[in-house]
Ligand binder design. Structure first.
Ligand code: IPM
Ligand code: MG
Length: 389
């Protein structure tokens, strides 16, 4: 290998190390959690996204506006549309999030985000980073909280996926050293692991759950996963009433399909890539990724999104109006809970369960054999008006 190639690799790595050390310093300056009760208005940015995004985000906004009618009137809550987070605009600026869009996002307190196209090597788009991943990083949304519930089967899980580190933080910054040799990097920091794990334990404590599962592959990925596990052991000491166990991702993935064992899991904290994969598997038990919502929580900002993609095929085939908005609506319910309207959030969650799992007067199939997203939205709103709810 030439000296020049080696020098390029060395410089590349040095830059990454410096960037990450700076990030650690920023994390050390512990910021306080934002207090929504003191804000007026709480500004909710709605990103329309790509594919079915505009359709399902407008449907979600309609339902939230229905629930927040008083708050909108009194000026406690304001909705803002953010249109620029489209693949066309992002490709034009060659940026995961164009600067002006980032400014618009930063002027909000919480964000409801529809799915956006993530370019992949070889497709028609420039190889820009995923908008989700960039937003999580720019707004420091370090915890990706994904609940999955199937009451009939005793499944009641809540995943705390680390959202700003692991295989993702340098996902676009790997290095092809020579034609034959490529590296990607994975990163764990003590501070990054600790804030996520603490949030998981705090959730367990607040909800009287006495068991937390930490998922890694620390038997093989010894350094970074090892630090995550070590951090868990240290944090757990501050929660004496809560039992915890470390599980490896392979056996954890297997045990989620074991009906006898899976109900023991309740709060699960894990690194970014494992969390990405395991939460898709978990959502499948509840009816698929279309039914799951996801909260991306940071101390200053929070973003709520569906866990599925933008379904360009549905748009191409003219089936957009049949797209299921429930995942994003569920994310909307998580947003209501997060910003302090828990009664309304719970009501919406209950309506989603009744309409989607129990009563099922209407069903969404993604095509004209089922109802449209708007019809389902009306069904949810009618259900929420039931005085017994
Ligand atoms: C998710 C998605 C994203 C991720 C993709 C779109 C980059 O799969 O939110 O789980 O991997 O985080
Ligand atoms: Mg995923």
């Amino acid at each position: 290998m030439s000296d020049e190639t080696m020098e390029r690799a060395r410089t590349h790595f040095e830059t990454l190390v410096n960037e990450q050390l700076e990030r650690v310093e920023r994390m050390k300056q512990a910021e306080d959690w934002i207090d929504y009760s003191t804000l007026k208005p709480i500004i909710v940015g709605v990103c329309w996204g790509d594919g079915i995004g505009p359709i399902i985000s407008q449907e979600t906004q309609r339902i939230l506006e229905f629930l927040l009618a008083d708050e909108l009137k009194s000026g406690k809550v304001e909705f803002r549309t953010i249109e620029g987070l489209t693949i066309e605009n992002r490709a034009k600026h060659k940026k995961a999030i164009p600067d002006d869009v980032l400014e618009e996002l930063k002027a909000c307190h919480v964000i409801l985000k529809a799915p956006t196209t993530t370019p992949e090597k070889g497709d028609q788009w420039p190889n820009i980073e995923s908008a989700n991943v960039a937003m999580r990083r720019y707004l420091d949304l370090f915890a990706n909280v994904r609940p999955v519930k199937v009451p009939q089967e005793g499944i009641d899980w809540i995943f705390f996926r680390e959202n700003t580190e692991g295989a993702y933080v340098l996902g676009s910054k790997g290095i092809q050293v020579t034609e034959d040799l490529a590296f990607d990097f994975t990163v764990t920091t003590k501070q990054g692991a600790e804030r996520l794990i603490r949030l998981a334990f705090d959730h367990a404590k607040k909800n009287n759950i006495d068991y937390v599962t930490i998922v890694t592959k620390a038997n093989v990925v010894k350094t970074t996963d090892g630090l995550f596990l070590e951090t868990a052991a240290r944090v757990a000491k501050d929660y004496p009433g809560i039992r915890w166990e470390g599980w490896y991702i392979d056996i954890m993935t297997a045990k989620l399909v074991d009906p006898k064992r899976r109900t023991q899991f309740r709060v699960i904290a894990l690194q970014n890539l494992y969390g990405d994969i395991l939460t898709d598997e978990a959502a499948e038990f509840q009816g698929g990724v279309g039914t799951a919502g996801s909260a991306n929580i940071g101390k200053r900002y929070a973003m709520f999104e569906a866990i599925h993609g933008s379904a360009p095929r549905m748009i191409k085939e003219g089936r957009g109006k049949y797209a299921d908005p429930c995942s994003l609506i569920r994310a909307g319910a998580m947003m209501l809970n997060h910003i302090g309207f828990t009664e309304k959030g719970k009501k919406l969650e209950m309506a989603l369960d009744i309409c989607g799992q129990y009563e099922k007067k209407l069903t969404i199939t993604g095509r004209d054999t089922g109802c449209t997203g708007e019809e389902f939205g009306n069904y949810l709103m009618e259900t929420m008006q039931d005085p017994n709810l």
